[in-house]
Design a binder for this molecule. Sequence first.
Ligand code: PMP
Length: 351
Amino acid sequence: MSSPTPLRPDLSALPAYVAGRTVAGAVKLASNEVALPPHPHVQQAVAEAVALGNRYPDITVSALSHRLADHLGVAPERIAVGCGSVALCGQLVSAVCSPGDEVVFAWRSFEAYPIVSVIGHATPVPVPNTAAHGHDLEAMLAAVTDRTRLLFVCNPNNPTGTALRRAELVDFLARVPEHVLVVLDEAYREFVSDPDVPDALTLLDAHPHVVVLRTFSKAHRLAGLRVGYAVGPADLVAALRSVSVPFSVSSPAQAAAIAALDVLGELEADARATAEEVGRMAAALRSAGYEVPETQANFVWLPLGDRTQDFVAHALDHKVVVRGFHPDGVRVSAGAPEENDLFLAAAAAFS
Ligand code: PMP
């Protein structure tokens, strides 16, 4: 029987966002979360925000925007805060694309890019990664047409962990036509250890058609509270604010992000420890015979191809939930050292 609801016909073609599963009794290394709960100072700030009573949040997210502006050294008018950076991905499509415009991104990359494109009536244009599992910048440039409005570059890339270096990114940005807005998505910035992987904020002044996305979900441990932000030209930021769902960043989320900035030194040190743990995992996996692309994020990528689903099932038998992207590979987020050891033992036993 056909649906009684007049749904958009193209919704049936919408790719699903497959979230990492939580399985009772198993360790979850599937969603790139840091294994620790929010910092105690952050938990206190959330409790205080909740205790303030039944009031709508500050719709302008003013205190957090100003705090971020001080921290990043940019004007507050250049910062838009969103309900996670995934919401900002959608707001970017809403703000920039008319129906039928094209959104170019690497594939595989963050699975929300095609979803927000379709929701925003734009056409997703995925560009296959190189054999080394990184962005194919030449092919991405070649994919740009007169209809291209947005181009997502995920650096480091989710799910492969690969990262573009400064020289190649600068060269690329110089060659992207001016009618295209480039989104540099740095959700995993805090885990980068290679000094040659640029902080995208340092590229903004020379490139007016660039916007940087960051999140509090990873190193800041606020995945459940939902806070991300965009830094870009003031006119774009104003547009991002105007297409936002009103009040989408809750008061506890705003308070949590401010509190996280209070303890940033500690959070960044923990992120560096996570990055070292990822290095240990990659080395152990390579010794066990796996191909592991060099990673600058808090996860490793195993390009297992057709064996992806078998590996995911095998890991689950060993009480570890990892994230399979059939038919390309498996992404494994770093957890606590003993959780990672459990995973490494499972991986060593896979045949
Ligand atoms: N960008 C990338 C590359 C991501 O991997 C994620 C989260 N998986 C996001 C953006 C969105 O993060 P959030 O909405 O939690 O800020």
